[in-house]
Design a binder for this molecule. Structure first.
Ligand SMILES: CC(C)(COP(=O)(O)OP(=O)(O)OC[C@H]1O[C@@H](n2cnc3c(N)ncnc32)[C@H](O)[C@@H]1OP(=O)(O)O)[C@@H](O)C(=O)NCCC(=O)NCCS
Length: 158
């Protein structure tokens, strides 16, 4: 693994992605396909991870559990907010919050949240080092601690 890095703050990775849900995103019931939302989550997590890692060479290692608690309608604007919560040596845990905005009323509701682990890689696909993450706010420190605990549990499990 790689060279030394100076640390970066979580907000430096913040990435917001918006996408209008169109008929091609519909499932047979007329709502948005879960798979369409997963693709957007992956894109948003990728952008945040690349911003933190300082490279466009990041790959998805895992998705945690995703619950679809309420449907999203065709014609709604889906907004995804992603930010790195934790950085290991080469991996980054990225939190993604998903919102749906009704463009008639302007009302916005949170429909999902998800954690995605992305890994920075070299040209051969081997993991490379990323900058340490330096949480600043109380919320960022809490998210960092929770991510570290998840990572430790996963290492024990595997
Ligand atoms: C992700 C990948 C690069 C990891 O490579 P690897 O040789 O297994 O690397 P390592 O075991 O050394 O792990 C590297 C880092 O990834 C993390 N990692 C690996 N697999 C993971 C998983 N399933 N979930 C979470 N983290 C994982 C490790 O904890 C480690 O983190 P650290 O460097 O911060 O300590 C490799 O498995 C890969 O290329 N996967 C396919 C990626 C891809 O194609 N994604 C799109 C899927 S459609």
């Amino acid at each position: 693994m790689s060279q030394r890095h100076s640390g970066k703050h979580p907000h430096a990775s913040k990435s917001v992605l918006s996408s209008l849900m169109l008929p091609q995103d519909a499932n047979p019931r007329g709502y948005v396909f879960g798979g369409s939302v997963l693709k957007l989550i992956d894109n948003a997590a990728y952008a945040a991870a690349c911003r933190h890692a300082g490279t466009a060479a990041c790959v998805t290692a895992s998705f945690d559990r995703v619950d679809f608690t309420m449907p999203i309608d065709i014609g709604e604007l889906v907004i995804l907010e992603a930010q790195v919560h934790f950085a290991g040596h080469s991996s980054m845990q990225v939190g993604v919050n998903v919102f749906a905005e009704n463009l008639d009323t302007g009302k916005r509701r949170q429909t999902n949240s998800c954690l995605v682990t992305m890994v920075a890689v070299d040209a051969q696909g081997r993991p490379i080092g990323v900058p340490p993450l330096i949480p600043e706010t109380e919320e960022e420190k809490r998210l960092f601690k929770e991510a570290l605990e998840r990572r430790q549990k996963k290492i024990k499990r595997d």
